[in-house]
Design a protein around this ligand. Structure first.
Ligand code: G6Q
Length: 547
């Protein structure tokens, strides 16, 4: 491993200094100047890959900025670091300190087609082989369900699956499942339970016939309290209904975790420590429920799309590598134009939970303040990511994006065709045309703004955005979109010299929650219990909250 590449301080590169000069010295490209958005600019600032067109003329960039962003990518060896990650180097580590110290191999979970072993050092070979073998086991299992070899006690097939898991063990698969409702197979439905709020579980349980329901419990560690609590709650319902838990429950867990117990489950699948939760939708974490809900072939198409996008990430020219280009424009916006947040606005109802997934992917990965040597960094890292599907958002929060003093860069996502192909025409245009017209209009409105003699009707403009557009949201496109964002986040982390693959920031809250749980437990067995002696602050909070 060339460790030097994971020690580069981006602030010390020549490109960083040049970008600083450009952003401070001159005014960055002003989208409101007359003819700023020429047809030539729009045509030139377009990159295409894996069925996506990425339109970025509506960012505050020039060819000069792009050239220096390319230099920044080169000086920080962004693509070389990506190759190191893909090849199985231990990229999840903080040098000189205790850390997860792991390989980062989510890309291996979709490197299951033509294996290009000559391209890389073969430290990923074992992960690829494991991914292939898990995929074969999944196919076998889904075939047995389809053929009726596996049935319930009444000899019926299964109609529903509940995925129990939280964070990375839920968000990605749920976003993808909801994203591909037009591709559901066999009338199968998948439900997701994540929150330890029992209302989440009870609501789902009311919607299914337990006798024909499978439950997939997903936890890499096998110790996550929310997931274990929900598993037990659901198992209790099965027992009350006279059903044999072992014939309905499946596990997806790490090898050797407390949940790795074949005696308890109908079938068990593995997830591996080299795949982080938020990067795991293309592993068995997504595989079991997506395979059940959308069919095995559609799951394979998701993998194919993701794999194609991973291969695009190997390109060194930023105009050809759309994830890297988006990452760099994001760095320009974050570090040089000082924009703190990023709105991701899909013009596709199917992507209703996709931004929630991206929020975790980006903010848990890059919401960091120390570099890979353990030093506090002197520059901003991951932005605050948020968003909702358009056009609903337009009637809600776009006011602030257009007219407040806070500038929010936007990444629009759209598709030329709808998933179901309904061509309802009203007032001379279809619903899809109206949707796309809105998407394009928003991007132009944010960029150019509008003058008015009434100050309340002035749109200042010069607000950056980009459009990522594909033909249709298919399983292949969905897989490519997942990987595009995973790669964007990883590229930003490589350039910022931070570890995008751990999540220490969630630990403290977990630890303190356990202290409160201890208070609740003690209170339930001893009416006179007072935690004030051991934990006066926590106890005062509990009492003040009436608990
Ligand atoms: C994701 C995080 C985190 C994790 C959940 C669930 O990258 O690691 O969100 O996925 O905490 O963990 P388990 O799968 O171990 O239950």
């Amino acid at each position: 491993m060339n460790e030097e590449l994971t020690r580069i301080n981006p602030q010390e590169t020549r490109a960083w200094a040049k970008l600083k000069n450009l952003s401070e010295g001159e005014k960055p490209f002003d989208l409101t100047t007359p003819d700023a958005l020429s047809p030539e600019r729009i045509r030139a600032m377009k990159s295409s890959a894996v069925g996506f067109d990425f339109l970025y003329a509506t960012h505050q960039i020039t060819d000069e900025v792009l050239a220096i962003l390319q230099q920044l990518a080169n000086e920080t060896h962004a693509v070389d670091q990506y190759v190191m990650m893909m090849s199985g180097e231990k990229m999840n580590r903080i040098e000189g300190y205790e850390s997860e110290n792991r390989q980062v191999l989510h890309t291996a979970s979709r490197n299951v087609f033509e294996y290009l072993s000559c391209d890389y050092d073969d430290k990923q070979a074992d992960a690829v082989q494991k991914a292939q073998s898990q995929l074969e086991r999944l196919k076998e299992f889904l075939d047995e369900l389809d053929s009726g070899k596996i049935k319930n006690a009444q000899g019926e097939t299964f109609t529903d699956m509940i995925q129990v898991g939280i964070g990375g063990s839920s968000l990605g698969p749920k976003a993808v499942y909801l994203g591909l409702q037009g591709y559901r197979q066999g009338g199968h439905r998948v439900h997701f339970i994540s929150n330890v709020d029992s209302d989440d579980a009870v609501q789902v349980l009311r919607e299914v016939n337990l006798a024909r329901t499978l439950v997939t419990v997903v936890s890499k560690s096998g110790t996550t309290l929310e997931t274990l609590t929900n598993e037990r709650l659901i198992a209790d319902r099965f027992v009350q209904a006279g059903l044999d838990v072992k014939k309905h429950f499946i596990s997806v867990t790490g090898e050797g975790s407390p949940m790795d117990d074949p005696k308890k489950y109908l079938r068990s699948f593995y997830m591996y420590d080299y795949i982080g939760g938020r990067y795991s939708a293309t592993s068995m974490v997504g595989g079991v429920s997506l395979g059940f809900g959308l069919g095995y072939d559609n799951f394979v198409e998701i993998l194919r799309g993701a794999r194609e996008m991973d291969l695009n990430a190997l390109k060194r020219d930023i105009r050809e590598n759309i994830a890297l280009l988006t990452a760099l424009i994001g760095i320009w916006n974050r570090n040089f134009l000082d924009y703190e947040t990023l709105a991701i606005l899909p013009y596709s109802q199917a992507l209703v939970r996709f931004v929630a997934h991206l929020q975790q992917l980006d903010m848990e990965s890059n919401g960091k303040r120390i570099n890979r040597q353990g030093d506090v960094v002197e520059y901003d890292t991951g932005p605050i990511v948020w968003g909702e599907p358009g056009t609903d958002g337009q009637h809600a929060f776009y006011q602030l994006i257009h007219q407040s003093n806070t500038i929010i860069p936007v990444e629009f996502i759209g598709f030329r065709q709808s998933q179901y192909g309904g061509h309802f025409e009203f007032k001379g245009s279809t619903s899809q045309e109206k949707l796309l017209a809105n998407l394009l209009a928003q991007s132009i409105a944010l960029a150019t703004g509008k003058n008015d003699c009434n100050p309340n009707k002035v749109f200042p403009g010069n607000r950056p955005s980009s459009i990522l557009i594909a033909e249709k949201l298919t399983p292949f496109t969905m897989g490519a979109l997942l990987s595009y964002y995973e790669n964007k986040v990883a590229f930003q982390g490589f350039i910022w010299n931070i570890n995008s693959f751990d999540q220490e920031g969630v630990q403290l809250g977990k630890l303190l929650a356990n202290q409160f749980i201890d208070h609740f437990r003690a209170k339930s067995v001893d009416a006179n219990y007072s935690g004030a002696g051991t934990d006066p602050v926590g106890w005062a909070m509990m009492k003040s909250a009436g608990l």
